[in-house]
Design a protein around this ligand. Sequence first.
Ligand SMILES: [Zn+2]
Length: 248
Amino acid sequence: MLNIIIIFILGTAVGSFLNVLIDRLPKGEKITGRSHCDYCKRKLRWYDLIPVASFFILKRKCRYCKKKLSLQYPVIEMLTGAIFLLIFNFQTISLLAIVCCLIVIFFSDLKYHLISDYILLALFVFSFFYHLTTNFNLSQLISIYFLSGIIVALPIFLIYFFSRERAMGLGDVYLTAIISFLLGWQMGFLALYIAFVTGAIVGLILIVLHRKKIKSRIAFGPFVVIGTIIMLFWGERIFEIIKKIYGF
Ligand SMILES: [Zn+2]
């Protein structure tokens, strides 16, 4: 039920922006900047711009000049909300959000060797939502997935701890914990394995090409992201292949 409400509200917010486009694009106006009343041109406050709700709270009248507001606004907002409900589902949204976080982590770690705590927190929250949409079982979520995060991140934590942050950063520890919370411990370990293998290959190539010295640091986060994406989209199939090979 909460999913439905959130998707509808998201849709009405987008619908509110569509209203802006509908009226401003044909007139060649800038699409940024606060909305104003069509009649008295007074700038509207945020509480006058809440999709659908403001229209009814204001009883269809401008707060300032009391002129009647067009039905276009709530109709298009509700229409967009309804279309969002029909097309979108919460799982798709959380998956999109997860992939967006992974893109940010990949490139900021590559460029600055840093993973922001905020993006890690966002990744965790969206992973949590993703679990809620696939199987809403809170005890299972806590027992299996939280434990998975701790177990898979443990070796990374040990590397971080004993290398005194030289080989791994705390960001790598958190990232590994969160992607294993997302994937579960089996896929988490496989993602980590892919990260180490691809990292080693890229590292060797860079050393051979004299782009890096043996002692220089290569960010680990991007490789964890690669492993995560592979397991997220092809994990089931990879598991089938492994099962066949080892016959369990
Ligand atoms: Zn007005």
